[in-house]
Ligand binder design. Structure first.
Ligand code: NCD
Length: 328
């Protein structure tokens, strides 16, 4: 199945795979945001879900660690009346250990399931597999490549938290390991390609990271946005509406020694947020898990949006499953 363009017409989503944010048009983003909003209402006000995906089965195949992404897809499926099977492809019970290829593993799970969520450590692997998939395949992270459903839930969170007006300015400060974090790779592409998040917003992006962990130049070049690079966090957040924090991606460093050199290079804490130079309305986001880059003394600050962001992941993934299975 080719990796289709996903538009405001729900029929373009039906049976499609979702592997990159670049598949989604502005109208497609608007559609997903409005279905996600309906899902939020369904869960919060209308009994927690419904049965539209009754008898549908989701397969989740993870070659890398996951808590939120796998659980939120499984819960999303369950809330819409479907069921799931989970394959921990990094674990000892997986056929990967017997030498089975990624393509074969996905092909097998497709025989049982209606939709598959796949995370793999190799960049480009999931989009590649999707080209020959017989069931909708969702990219839950391909190495340092993309994590499109995370970016979509991030955008939902930004819109839900800040409620920007059409045409307003929005400054997003991306902090941390921008080189290896697939979440910010997808997010900045989506910010750039969505006609101001479908609302005509004028979006500025501030990058703040250790020098060796900067946003890959290929992504900077691809994104037609005002992008500025900072080394000083205090300066980077001064005009920010969103501070998006990422952890150092330890598993992608060449060695523990290299990781330890940069560990603790930046920390968001209550002291930073109390500064008069930090906007009072600025939300703090993080895809989680956090290690030490956001101090727990930030958690009770109303601007700490990361746990709400995580909850939004469930609504957005309910919407994605419903759209790909033609039941929105
Ligand atoms: C992210 C990931 O796996 O890329 N986690 C997630 O999906 N919530 C971010 C991370 O692991 O740092």
């Amino acid at each position: 199945m080719a990796n289709a363009i996903l538009t405001g017409d729900a029929s373009t989503w039906k049976n499609a795979s979702l592997v990159s944010v670049s598949q989604i048009t502005t109208e497609g983003l608007n559609l997903l945001m409005s279905v996600s909003k309906e899902m939020k209402e369904l869960v919060q006000k209308n009994g927690g879900g419904d049965d539209r995906l009754n008898h549908h089965i989701l397969g989740t195949i993870f070659y890398e660690a996951s808590t939120r992404t796998s659980c939120s897809f499984q819960v999303a499926m369950s809330r819409l009346g479907g069921k799931f099977v989970h394959i921990d492809a990094s674990g000892s019970t997986s056929s990967t250990k017997k030498g089975e290829s990624l393509v074969d593993t996905v092909k097998c799970i497709e025989q049982y399931c209606d939709v598959v969520v796949l995370r793999h450590f190799q960049e480009g692997s999931v989009p590649n597999v999707a080209l020959n998939a017989s069931k909708p395949l969702i990219n839950a992270g391909d190495g340092i490549g993309e994590h499109p459903t995370q970016a979509l839930l991030d955008v939902f969170t930004i819109l839900d938290e800040l409620k920007p007006k059409r045409g307003q300015h929005l400054t997003v400060c991306l902090l941390g390991d921008l080189k290896h974090s697939r979440t910010v790779h997808s997010l900045v592409k989506l910010l750039a390609a969505s006609d101001g998040l479908g609302m005509g917003l004028t979006i500025n992006v501030h990058y703040c990271s250790p020098e060796s962990l900067q946003m890959p130049p290929s992504i900077v070049q691809e994104c037609s946005l005002t992008q500025r690079t900072f080394s000083d966090l205090n300066e980077a957040v001064q005009t920010a509406d969103v501070l998006y924090v990422t952890r150092l991606q330890k598993e992608r460093f060449e060695s523990e020694v290299e990781y330890n050199k940069l560990k603790g290079a930046y920390v968001v804490d209550a002291n930073l947020l109390s500064k008069t130079s930090v906007p009072k309305h600025m939300i703090v986001m993080h895809p989680l898990p956090r290690v030490d880059e956001i101090s727990t003394d930030v958690d009770n600050d109303p601007r700490a949006a990361y746990f709400r962001q995580m909850q939004n992941g469930m609504y957005v993934r309910m919407a994605i499953l419903a759209l790909l299975l033609g039941k929105s």
